[in-house]
Structures are given as structure tokens and as C-alpha cells.
Design a protein around this ligand. Sequence first.
Ligand code: GLV
Ligand code: MG
Length: 344
Amino acid sequence: MKTPRAFYQPLAIGAPMPLRELPVRVERMIHFVPPHLDKLRAKVPDLARQVDVVLGNLEDAIPADQKLAARRGFIEMAKATDFGDTGLWTRINALDSPWMLDDVVEIVGAIGDKLDVVMVPKVQGPWDIHYVDQLLAQLEAKGGVRKPILIHAILETAEGVKNVEAIATASPRMHGMSLGPADLAASRGMKTTRVGGGHPDYVVLADAAGDAPRAAFQQDLWHYTVAKMVDACMAAGIKPFYGPFGDFSDGAACEAQFRNAFLMGCVGAWSLHPSQIDIAKRVFSPRPEEVAMAKRILDAMPDGTGAVMIDGKMQDDATWKQAKVIVDLARQVAARDGETPHGL
Ligand code: GLV
Ligand code: MG
């Protein structure tokens, strides 16, 4: 393991200093764009005003014969668009693919100063992060990139889940992690054919009571992994995200899945379809009534210590800290949306 001082040294002479703190940014939805499609690329300037992050996808869902067009299209849209405060990310191809090296070399060479985050799929362990970390440093140095490009890992292999803590702490470049339920299901040998969400067969049955029909309660297939990812990320000071929800026709189920993730600590999710932008915005911005309650707790305990009763419920130092998470987020969201904070 590296010493603390070495951990924060640039990995190439001339590369920018690694960040000690992540920039404070609202990233409720990471919106995926397939950059090989001219029609969708043309919408990017408008999109950049609606979403928190625009991501040019080069990996899965891009046909093999369109990989180079997608890379070129991403560079073109990055050059042509003023993203303002909206994040610009790309999902590169997997490390074992024939495209990954040129994805990174060409993109950092062309638009390294505009790129905020590289999303790395199918991360198996910290060694994958070390490789991308070193490569980015070399390319930053070569191209004179001034701020470090961050790395976001997709948690989507059984081995990655086993190594999640080591991945989260592999580099000061780590921005966060997203659950990748589709690849993870395949890697684990789960018996599903979906992109995220629940499954009607994953249930517990109510106790038998004579011959009465028994209620079945669907459970969340992703609970364990999201919890494990949130703990690994928050312990490392990086950000956890839910990933994709593939059934675009079922907004209610998408919202429920996103909300579970939000309640458990995730800060955002992917939007793969325009209808999911508003869902993510709604879910990952705290509700005004929650914010108002949190504000009452903060006001009742100005120095954050002691215990008070509010509406018959005990509040103490620990609920004060929970309330602070919600109020801080409400302020950041309001600043991002250009509104006065709801509920404050
Ligand atoms: C995302 O990449 C997934 O595999 O779910
Ligand atoms: Mg995947």
C-alpha cells in the first residue's frame, strides 16, 4: 500500500495534483447519450440545460461497428457544446476490449480539459483503477490538462462486489461508483433477463392461515449490493449511484427503485430515456416536507447537541446530523436549479 504522501502525488511529471476533496456538485441524473447518432447528438445543447450530467456512452448498447463513430461523435459534441455547470462524462469501453486504449488516448488528447469524469465499466479490483489512473496522468501531462479527470467505477461483476472497498479507495481520482445491475446479474448467474428493478418471483410469503390465500411480498433484489456499495463509498468519501432501469414503460417501478437507492444513501442514478430525467430529479431532490422537518430539527438544536422532542419524537445529535444531510442537499439542489430552497 502507498504511504499517504505518495497517494496524493501526481502519477506523471506535469500531471495536475490529485484532488483531496471532491468538487461539490449535484449529480442527480447521469444522462446517457449514444454519440454515434447524429439526431441525438443534435439535442445535446438542450439536454445540457436540463440534466446534471451528460454522458457520452461508448460501451454496451453501442454496436461494435459503430464504436469509432461513437468516439468521434463524443469528441465532436464535447467540442461543440458549452456545458456550463453541467458535468461532461464518458463511459469508455471495458479494459479488455480492443477500443478502450484509443477511447482514453483520443478523448483526453482532444477534450481533456472539458472532461470531468471517465466511467470505467466492469471494474474487477483496484488494479483496474490503478491502470486507468496511471494512463490518465500520462495523458494529462502530455496534453497539459489542468484539472484531474476523475474516475467513476461501475460495480457490475461478482469480483468487483467482492473488492468494492479496495476499488473505492484505489486512487484520489475516485469520484464514485454506480450499481450495474444488468452485467452484475449475468456475472452472478442470476436467473433474470432485466436491466435493474425487481422480479415477481423474488418474494416472501405471508404465514399460512388455514386455506386463505397467502399474500406474497416482492423484495428488492439489489438491497444487499446497494448497501455494500454505499458503505464502501461513504467510508471512502466518494459518491454512490444507482445505475440503469431498463423498463422505460414503467415509470412507477423506476421511481420506486431510485427512491430506495436515495433513502439508502445514493446521490443519483442513470437516465437512459428522457422520461427518467424528471423521475431522477424528483427522487434525488429532497421533498419540501422532509426539508422543512429537517430544518425544524436544526433550529431546535442550534449547536447540534442534546435531545429535544418534536411532534412526540425524540431528536438528538444523530438525527441532527441526518437533518443536516437533507438541508445541505436541499441548498445544493436549489443552487443548481436556480431556485430558493423548498421547505427552508
Ligand atoms: C450497466 O452497465 C449494467 O450492466 O447494468
Ligand atoms: Mg454494464
